[in-house]
Design a protein around this ligand. Sequence first.
Ligand code: NDP
Ligand code: 8X3
Length: 258
Amino acid sequence: MSNYKTVLVTGASAGFGKAICETLATNGFKVVALARRLEKLQSLANAFPGKIYPLALDVRDVEKIPALLDSLPEEFKTIDVLVNNAGLALGVDRAQNCSMANWKTMVETNITGLLAMTNAILPNMIKRNCGYIINLGSTAGNWPYSGGNVYGATKAFVEQFSRNLRCDTAGSAVKVTVIKPGLCQDTEFSYVRLNNDKEKVLSIYDKTESILPEDIANTVLWLLNTPAHLNINTMEMMPVCQTFGGLSVTRNLDLEKK
Ligand code: NDP
Ligand code: 8X3
């Protein structure tokens, strides 16, 4: 039996976040489902009457967060678990060809939004000596690849912030875990990243069996049921079909200044 009752999931309108909400609601948790697209959250909530509360917010609107959390109905107000899942990658270009606007959006969503949610919710967890923060990092935060530039860097931030939170929550019962998945299919992630280019998206997952949203949701459910004395710091996961790429070497490299 989990210690926790109420969970707030960011990025709940699609992909991992939606699957996490469904799995947790099915398993007796009360869930606040947060994202920008209210209609998607509403249909999720309709499928679990009284168990899921839809909350429309762009996590980049950081100044709105405290008042919005304060406006939650009494039965959803005391957040035991925060799943900081909202996030995105934009583009796969090399750094020298990227737009600053895309970099800013990734930083503001993956870092600033996550910080603002944590900043608003963590103090009450400490006060109540009850809480769990689960952050979605990525293998991209550990394993660099061309085109991963700012996205991977934001996920490296998420991992180090999660580990630093473990230091700051020391002396309390509050837990922190960072989950770092690799290749995952059946979410909107690659559509967002590749500007809805279906052909390119399908080619990424062609002839693979990648991680599924329910794999992540079941992992979150398992984490919430670990014994009170146990903290899982980091979970890196890949599908069996994926592994490390090795180091690259450019042959006949031209080093002349132009
Ligand atoms: P999806 O694109 O399927 O879902 C992303 C969710 O985040 C959506 O619900 C979206 O909802 C929400 N979101 C995006 N921007 C904002 C914002 N500014 N404010 C509030 N909500 C926002 O992605 P995944 O489910 O695949 O990814 C979830 C997390 O897991 C991300 O952090 C991602 O980086 C990470 N991850 C994904 C992997 C993958 O391969 N899929 C692998 C490793 C990590 P809306 O548009 O309605 O706001
Ligand atoms: C998503 C995994 O490899 O596409 O975080 O960056 S990857």
